[in-house]
Unconditional design. Structure first.
Length: 438
């Protein structure tokens, strides 16, 4: 059985991984200083070029023991910081997802793992109604007094430390009624400059609903008519990163078809993790010419909210003011490394009167969140977060700004662990801009 699986894995690597992409890696090592897992371990096994070398070895039939290869891929954050610095332009992220899909296809999963995957990837994230139901349970937990009671008696100590930490930084969750009762069209405030469709996301439209609402308000102030397509769903990033690429394709088709029905100038996203996957929709369909062309049109309209706000001169037409404070910014890996957006958030922050912007050292390095990485790889995630928090202490900010919900919660976790919660707050850039509008 092992030999059959081995030959099948090798055959899939040979067929599904781009040989040209594997050979494009020149082993120059430019990626090493940018790779968080290499920085933490100093091991070639946990570097981009090391992982590519392993993929090539599997494809060439030079490796028949795959546990170490799979572990190396799983420890990768998928932050794609290696791509902007690669002189050969290797699309490492595409190789990583293809390789993970192959291992996932051939892996013999336990009943527990199958059940969890089915529950989360099939039952929860693709269904916004269920996402709202789960979020509403969190709302009840927070508002009913149950949260205070369980914390008081120390009940959370019975659970893994990671779960207790996450519970402590959970945002205030809105009621289900508020999630469901909403308009779908919003008119521009003042002169109309553009018509946009807003990709609301899964977590962003439940746990971070208030940030979504403020995103719409900022777009209106910038001169946008905003539409919220009702049939949109999960972007599929979590599925693809977990080796479930076919499921992510089905979700992508649903979103492409939904947004095609609207004649808009831009498709707006306010979560770096979602945006980094949405902008790669065309790559999902590289073997399907019709869907590839449709995906290209979708991708061509996709913009992060900060891009559109800067394009429409929001920060120059609106008066932005906060009380005196030091503000710094933590890049969302996928927003910076995949969407190529890093100047615009900084330009917006520096336009706020009263906010003294100080660049966070190594702001472009991952915080350790990476989707659900901090749950699956807590030891490495914590190590990366500790390194990040040392930079935060050097900067000594009052406010840390992010552009992704995972980064937001991870940085909150870091602030909480360092016992800085009474001195430092962590906010999404949209929330800070909305607070600053005079």
């Amino acid at each position: 059985m092992a030999i059959e699986i081995t030959s099948a894995i090798q055959a899939d690597f040979k067929e599904k991984l781009s040989e040209d992409e594997l050979l494009n890696c020149m082993r120059c090592g430019f990626c090493l200083p940018s790779c968080p897992t290499y920085i933490e371990t100093g091991m070639e096994l946990y570097s981009p070029r090391g992982r590519i070398a392993l993929m090539k070895a599997v494809s060439d039939g030079m490796i028949d023991a795959y546990d170490e290869v799979e572990d190396s891929l799983n420890v990768c954050l998928g932050c794609r910081a290696c791509e902007p610095v690669c002189p050969a332009g290797v699309n490492y992220g595409h190789l990583l997802e293809d390789a993970r899909e192959i291992f996932q296809t051939h892996k013999q999963q336990s009943f527990k793992e199958k059940a969890i995957r089915k529950l989360i990837l099939d039952g929860l994230f693709p269904n916004q109604e269920r996402m709202q139901t789960v979020a509403s349970l969190a709302h009840y937990y927070q508002k009913s007094g149950l949260q205070k009671a369980l914390r008081k008696i120390g009940f959370l100590k019975l659970f893994p430390e990671t779960m207790a930490e996450m519970e402590n930084i959970l945002p205030k969750v809105p009621a289900k009624k508020r999630m469901k009762s909403r308009e779908r069209h919003f008119a521009a405030t003042g002169q109309k400059k553009a018509t946009v469709a807003f990709f609301t996301g899964c977590l962003m439209d439940t746990l971070f609903l208030e940030t979504n609402e403020k995103t719409i308000q900022l777009l209106q102030l910038a001169g946008c008519d905003v539409v919220l397509p009702e049939e949109q769903g999960c972007c599929g990033a979590l599925h693809a990163h977990s080796g479930e690429k076919e499921k992510s394709k089905r979700l992508a088709i649903r979103n492409i078809e939904t947004f095609e029905a609207f004649d808009v100038d831009y498709i707006i996203v306010n979560a770096g993790g979602c945006g980094g996957f949405l902008i790669d929709y065309d790559n999902l369909f590289k073997d399907n010419l019709i869907m590839y062309e449709r995906a290209k049109k979708f991708v061509a309209k996709l913009k992060d909210v900060t891009e559109v706000l800067v394009t429409l001169q929001f920060h120059k037409t609106q008066k932005l003011r906060l009380k005196e404070q030091i503000v710094t910014y933590q890049d969302s890996c996928h927003l910076r490394n995949v969407m190529g957006v890093w100047r615009e958030p900084r330009e917006l922050l520096m336009a706020i009167e009263g906010a003294t912007y100080i660049e966070l050292p190594n702001a472009d390095s991952c915080c350790g969140s990476a989707g659900i990485y901090n749950i699956l790889q807590p030891e490495m995630a914590n190590s990366i977060l500790e390194r990040k928090m040392k930079k935060v202490k050097q900067t000594n900010p009052h406010t840390i700004v992010t552009t992704n919900p995972g980064c937001l919660m991870q940085m909150k976790l870091g602030v909480d662990k360092e016992q800085l919660s009474d001195q430092v707050r962590v906010v999404h850039i949209v929330d800070l801009l909305a607070e600053a509008v005079v």
